[in-house]
Ligand binder design. Structure first.
Ligand SMILES: *[C@@H]1O[C@H](CO)[C@@H](O)[C@H](O)[C@H]1NC(C)=O
Ligand SMILES: *[C@@H]1O[C@H](CO)[C@@H](O)[C@H](O)[C@H]1NC(C)=O
Length: 202
């Protein structure tokens, strides 16, 4: 009876310990983000806002995925003093060459991407890896719209060019008309003069 109770107590302890361990593993990395899906226009900027909390200093890796394409945007490790606070920097930062002039990295794991292109539309995955080796992925969706006003701009520029061409055409026609009239008047005058000179000897 007494032995059985001891065993039960041990079992309960074991279960409790395992549960706590599982909670510890699962809860070690947490990625909080206010928005997982965003829509932007071409040339705009996007800010994937996240707050990574974990034990020790995490390695943050952002990957872009679209269809069959999967490429690394970059990875970095914030300074331990930066975690929780803002600011870029960190103990290392390895941004892919294609992105280096468009990307801004933050200690809390956030990623800023400037001057969006249509090809930037797709999935963005943040992989947080702890010193212990455990890691967690978080996905984001970005839609990129074509800018309508670019088309409008193109249209208005074309219209302006057409207007200028029409104006130029009208001006040149007017000038030609005037020149023609002048020439005609000149010729008539000369003819009259000629007639007069021809008439004079008579
Ligand atoms: C992450 O840090 C940036 C820069 O300090 C801040 O603007 C952003 O709101 C933070 N994100 C979250 C989810 O706290
Ligand atoms: C930077 O990242 C790329 C792609 O993930 C990797 O191949 C390269 O070895 C990294 N370079 C450094 C210095 O960490």
């Amino acid at each position: 009876m007494c032995n059985l109770r001891l065993l039960e107590l041990q079992d309960i302890w074991l279960v409790l310990c395992i549960t706590l361990y599982v909670i510890h593993i699962a809860g070690a990395i947490s990625v909080a983000s206010p928005q997982r899906s965003m829509t932007r226009s071409v040339q705009e900027d996007v800010f994937f806002s996240v707050r990574v909390t974990c034990q020790g200093v995490p390695t943050l890796q952002w990957t872009f995925m679209s269809g069959a394409v999967s490429r690394s945007i970059g990875s970095w490790q914030p300074d331990s003093s930066d975690i929780g606070g803002g600011g870029g920097g960190g103990s290392f930062s390895n941004i892919t060459a294609d992105y280096v002039d468009r990307v801004e990295t933050y200690a809390n794991g956030s990623l800023g991407l400037a001057r969006l292109r249509l090809a930037d539309a797709g999935f963005y995955v943040l992989t947080v890896t702890e010193d212990s080796g455990s890691s967690k992925d978080s996905g984001f969706v970005l839609k990129v719209n074509e800018v309508i006003y670019e088309d409008l701009q193109y249209l208005s520029v074309s219209a302006l060019v057409l207007f200028c061409l029409a104006g130029l055409l009208m001006l040149s026609m007017w000038l030609l008309n005037r020149a023609y009239k002048n020439i005609k008047a000149c010729r008539r005058r000369r003819e009259q003069n000629g007639n007069e000179t021809e008439l004079q000897p008579l």
